[in-house]
Design a binder for this molecule. Structure first.
Ligand code: FAD
Length: 375
């Protein structure tokens, strides 16, 4: 039997693509380089922010609305709880990228939000040291996803619809084969009509034309036990702060793990095969320095740490495209998890019909060559 679709990479986007393809009755064979349940790629770490007033660009908002709806649908179909709606708080200078971008998305798309002056921010969120010239945008439709559970739920639902999924079997190469593709793994060779590549940080190995444009960045997530005000930390929305050096973000306190936080883009380039998976004292000091300044009560005992990887494009926007029988998604530049439910659907649409009903032109691979963003 000729397989309809091979999916390479069963992380955030590949697990969702396998699910959407299988649900449409396509025969699906999926591969991951690691064992099922691994956290060695970009989706590990217990929580991922999802938010609609998207500072990165208003063009993402229709995709986010679709993603939110599909996560809720997946919860209903599977009986799993995947998304916690806590609201989202984005703070910084009024002319900064975070506040202006979030407000532009909220206003363009009529999203429910509030703008809070610094005195009001201090009153409502006393655990932060807030500068007098900061303002905050409070986004109602925001919260966090449980990424390991989201991936496993997509995988299980894909299997329920007939997909065959193989783990600890890396794909080494592929080539066109007649009107389809031939894929070679560490264990064998397989033919299919079409190929979906969602290999995250390893994608440039399978699509070398993208390699000059992409780079992989190491990032470390930390969980700390606050030194007081546990209830105030537990009531926090997910938050992002644009500070003078970079963005920092975090999640509400949970008793089991503490308060999770991280800095965005410290710029540490790595190779995904040799990345240092231990959090170093220097990694920890970078985020503790911020906590001392902005959230001193959160600067308590370290409870967990996890190393993760971003795959970055030059403009930090995703790449989703199709070339012949090959459809691919990557370079989510540290902000792609929340979209996975919708990206899975988009990959299935592109692979089977060549188009998506959502506007994804601004994410096409062409812009890499021209160096311009189309949004
Ligand atoms: C520290 C950190 C924090 C983040 N926070 C957020 C957040 O709050 N909100 C948000 O929306 N996003 C966030 N992200 C980004 C998000 O997690 C990623 O954008 C997303 O996981 C990328 O999905 P992906 O499917 O492209 O890659 P991955 O999820 O990494 O999946 C790729 C899969 O491909 C497999 N693979 C690779 N090569 C091969 C091969 N040759 N053969 C077979 N399998 C292969 C890998 O094993 C892996 O399972 C964060 C990322 C990091 C690192």
């Amino acid at each position: 039997m000729t397989i309809d679709s091979i999916v390479v990479g069963l992380g955030a986007h590949g697990s969702a693509a396998a699910y959407h393809l299988a649900k449409r009755g396509r025969s699906v064979l999926g591969f991951d380089r690691f064992a099922r349940g691994h956290t060695l790629a970009s989706f590990g770490g217990l929580s991922r922010i999802i938010r609609l007033s998207y500072y990165e660009h208003a063009s993402y908002v229709p995709l986010l609305k679709r993603a939110w709806g599909l996560w809720r649908e997946l919860e209903r179909d599977s009986g799993e709880t995947l998304l916690a709606q806590t609201g989202g708080l984005y703070m910084g200078r009024p002319d900064g990228e975070l506040v202006t971008g979030s407000l532009a998305s909220a206003r363009t798309h009529g999203l429910e939000h509030q703008v809070l002056e610094s005195a009001e921010l201090r009153r409502r969120f006393p655990v932060f040291n807030i500068d007098p010239d900061w303002i905050g945008v409070l986004d109602s439709q925001a919260g966090w996803l449980a990424p390991e559970r989201c991936v496993e739920t997509h995988l299980r639902q894909a299997e329920r619809h007939g997909a065959t999924l193989r783990f600890a079997e890396p794909i080494e190469r592929w080539e066109p084969d007649g009107d389809g593709v031939r894929v070679t793994s560490s264990q064998g060779s397989y033919r299919a009509r079409r190929l979906v590549i969602a290999a995250g940080s390893w994608l440039p190995r399978l699509l070398p034309q993208l390699a000059p444009h992409l780079w992989v960045e190491r990032n470390v997530l930390f969980w700390f036990e606050p030194r007081g005000e546990l209830d105030a930390f537990a009531r926090l929305p997910v938050y992002i702060v644009e500070d003078t050096d970079r963005f920092y973000y975090g999640f509400p306190y949970d008793r089991e793990n503490g308060i999770k936080m991280a800095g965005l883009h410290f710029g540490d380039r790595v190779d995904p095969d040799t990345v240092d998976r231990e959090a170093s004292p220097a990694d920890e000091e970078r985020v503790r320095a911020w906590l001392r300044r902005r959230m001193p009560l959160a600067n308590g005992e370290r409870r967990r740490a996890q190393v993760c990887m971003y795959t970055n494009s030059p403009d930090r926007h995703f790449i989703i495209d199709r070339e012949g029988p090959v459809t691919y998604a990557s370079a989510c530049s540290g902000h792609g998890f929340k979209f996975a439910s919708a990206v899975g659907e988009i990959l299935a649409d592109l692979a089977t019909t060549g188009r998506s009903s959502l506007d994804i032109g601004f994410l096409s691979g062409d812009r890499l060559a021209s160096g311009t963003m189309k949004a």
